[in-house]
Design a protein around this ligand. Sequence first.
Ligand code: SF4
Ligand code: SF4
Length: 165
Amino acid sequence: MHSDNTPQFTRRSWIKTMIVGLCGGAMANTHGKQPLEQHITGAAPKKVSRIASGKAVACAQCDACMPCGYGVDIPANFKFYDEMLQEGAIPDLSSTDRTSMEFRSKAINFLRKYDRTIPDSHQSQRCTKCFHCVKECRERIFIVNELAALTAIVDELRDWECQHL
Ligand code: SF4
Ligand code: SF4
């Protein structure tokens, strides 16, 4: 039971945390909250997700985490991200100049390619953080964190597109 004044770890606040990580902050939780993954698994939490650190997820595409009851195509999302990273096609979200041709071109390409590659119903934002998949990954990918980090990128770019196009 909680009151209206109880701090809630909402999707929006999760996204903001991830964006801070993407911007190079790699900040720890500054509100003194216990990391969400620690609540669920009791395992030592990873500091920052691979995606939020600008690293490849390195998903083995083994499908052990599938199916997701909420429709997320976990390996497809990670494959998409890793390929974009390898191609240097991820817009620099730490850039203060988001009006450059390079940023614009990468942002639009990223969004269009994501929507073409993965239908909306299978995209990362569909993750409800049920944690069902997390224990299945032998690559020790903290799937929930990685999907949230990808969602943060996509949300940031969609917000940018709404404001600039
Ligand atoms: S944590 Fe997310 S991706 Fe994993 S099974 Fe639950 S909803 Fe699906
Ligand atoms: S279990 Fe891990 S390595 Fe295998 S597809 Fe899922 S996220 Fe990738």
